[in-house]
Write a protein that binds this ligand. Structure first.
Ligand SMILES: C[S@@+](CC[C@H](N)C(=O)[O-])C[C@H]1O[C@@H](n2cnc3c(N)ncnc32)[C@H](O)[C@@H]1O
Length: 470
């Protein structure tokens, strides 16, 4: 098959596919919704109070359809996507587990970048999504598509067709130093980001960068402002289209352990340039959630989606660690009944030394059905050993709604395994501001494989009684 012959077919097929999706009756497959209110969040909203950021765990095709159905057509000012690059790789994430005095690292599936029909199926998959994303972009909107040498040239042609050649704004070269070298070709040290606008009236807030003077000495030209730093004298110029930004290094503070994590500085430039405060910024291939983290730092609203379980657990913890604004998580399933089950030794209400009522919990063990977990056999024995020695170290997250309204859980208490090896439990307690008869307590727990379940309790005569295990 020749790519020259295939490209028009790919374009037509994905256009048809996107039109079909648009006209199909809408069935909302995101059956589970919960709100996370990071307990240490002290930030104040600077945009409308009634907005909550949104993370969808699921195929972005379904997410885009949902957004289009729910009033987001032409509402998004900036879309940044960093899809798979056709690397023919199965990406895995590393999970460090600390149990007793031991430490172990296992690899767990993150996402697949292997395509049955190679380039053709890759392009079809991406371009049908691009068609739909265009519907979400506002009149002043911009889309950034992050790719590399493998597919960028073909995607450029498709983008010209989908968004219009006249709306092509830039080809940004992101250059970096890390990665491998070869004796047989020049070291591949850049990615390419294609930038298209929806129309002529797009948001563009020019950003500045340093441009060092020759010899790092002052020029003293009339009317030109010059500055000095450790390297020498420089002026500030408008950002050029070649960006030298380091990748997220092994020791970087930003690093969350997600293989293809992009640097916050990269997203900072994009978000500041192509959106305004209060704009909605979306990323439909969110990975570790860099876009959301940076968007909210600059008072933008965000919507993110990713279908990977590892992405979901990574993003959730990253946002909590960042003391993010409250956000919704949507999933296409509620629970993993068959996978794991957390048992409690005790759960009840007591008064602490200061006379304040608190909910206390003593966790017993986490039971996991390994047949339900897609890990390589070599790790199964190791997990079994951990289950015997310290099963609670396999818990990744516990979220609690102490006054569940029976509708959407508001998880305003969170406990999680963090990067420094802090595990959850076994003894947990939290303050109860008020207690009422029949008050419902919702406890959600998720393990390191992203499998989650929830328990529902009711306060009856001062006791905490289990009423439903899901
Ligand atoms: C290159 S990574 C994104 C990394 C991200 N920019 C970051 O800074 O961490 C690509 C992501 O796309 C996700 N993905 C691939 N196909 C998808 C789809 N159809 N729907 C939603 N997510 C998808 C993968 O799970 C993966 O996390």
């Amino acid at each position: 098959m020749s790519i020259l012959e295939e490209l028009p077919k790919i374009f037509n097929k994905s256009k048809e596919e996107s039109e079909k999706i648009l006209s199909q009756p809408y069935i909302d497959s995101f059956v589970h919704r919960e709100k996370i209110i990071p307990k240490s969040s002290e930030k104040k909203f600077t945009y409308q109070q009634n907005w909550f950021n949104q993370f969808y765990q699921g195929d972005n095709l379904k997410v885009i359809k949902k957004l289009l159905e729910e009033g987001y057509r032409e509402k998004i000012d900036l879309i940044y996507i960093d899809p798979p690059f056709l690397t023919k790789t199965k990406y895995k994430g590393k999970i460090n587990i600390r149990y007793k005095e031991q430490e172990d690292t296992i690899e767990y599936f993150a996402y697949n970048d292997i395509w049955k029909n190679g380039l053709f199926s890759y392009l079809e998959n991406l371009s049908s999504r691009l068609f739909l994303m265009k519907e979400l972009l506002s009149e002043q909107g911009t889309i950034y598509v992050h790719l590399d040498y493998r597919t960028v040239h073909y995607v450029k042609i498709l983008m010209d067709q989908i968004f219009g050649e006249e709306n092509f704004l830039n080809e940004i070269i992101w250059a970096y130093k890390s990665g491998g070298v070869s004796q047989r070709y020049y070291s591949r040290k850049h990615d390419t980001i294609l930038v298209y606008t929806k129309g002529k009236d797009y948001i563009f807030n020019p950003q500045k960068e340093k441009s060092y003077n020759r010899g790092f000495k002052p020029y003293r030209f009339k009317g030109v402002k010059e500055y000095e730093d450790d390297l020498g004298w420089y002026t500030l110029v408008n950002l050029k289209d070649v960006w030298q930004i380091d990748m997220v290094g092994r020791t970087s503070r930003e690093r969350v352990g997600y293989d293809t994590q992009k640097p916050e500085r990269l997203l900072e430039r994009i978000i500041l340039t192509s959106s305004n405060e209060g704009s909605i910024v979306a990323d439909f291939f969110a990975g570790s959630g860099t876009t959301g983290v940076v968007a909210e730092r600059f008072n933008r609203k965000w919507i993110m989606a990713d279908m990977g379980v590892l992405s979901s657990t990574t993003i959730n913890k990253r946002l909590i660690e960042n003391r993010s604004f409250p956000y919704y998580i949507y999933k296409t399933y509620r629970n993993h009944k068959k996978a794991g089950r957390l048992s409690f030794k005790e759960i009840g209400i007591r008064e602490n030394e200061e006379g304040i009522k608190e909910l206390y919990m003593e966790l017993n063990r986490y039971g996991l059905n390994l047949d339900q977990i897609h890990i390589e056999n070599k790790y199964k024995n190791r997990i079994e050993e951990i289950l015997l020695k310290d099963s609670l170290s396999l818990l990744d997250f516990i979220g609690i709604d102490i006054d569940f309204d029976g509708n959407t859980p508001n998880l305003n208490w969170q406990y999680y395994r963090n990067k420094d090896g802090f595990n959850i439990g076994p003894n947990l307690s939290l303050k109860l501001e008020h207690i009422k008869m029949g008050q419902k307590i919702y406890i959600r727990y998720v393990d390191i494989f992203g499998h989650g379940n929830s328990n529902l309790y009711e306060i009856i005569d001062g006791r905490v009684v289990l009423c439903q295990e899901n």
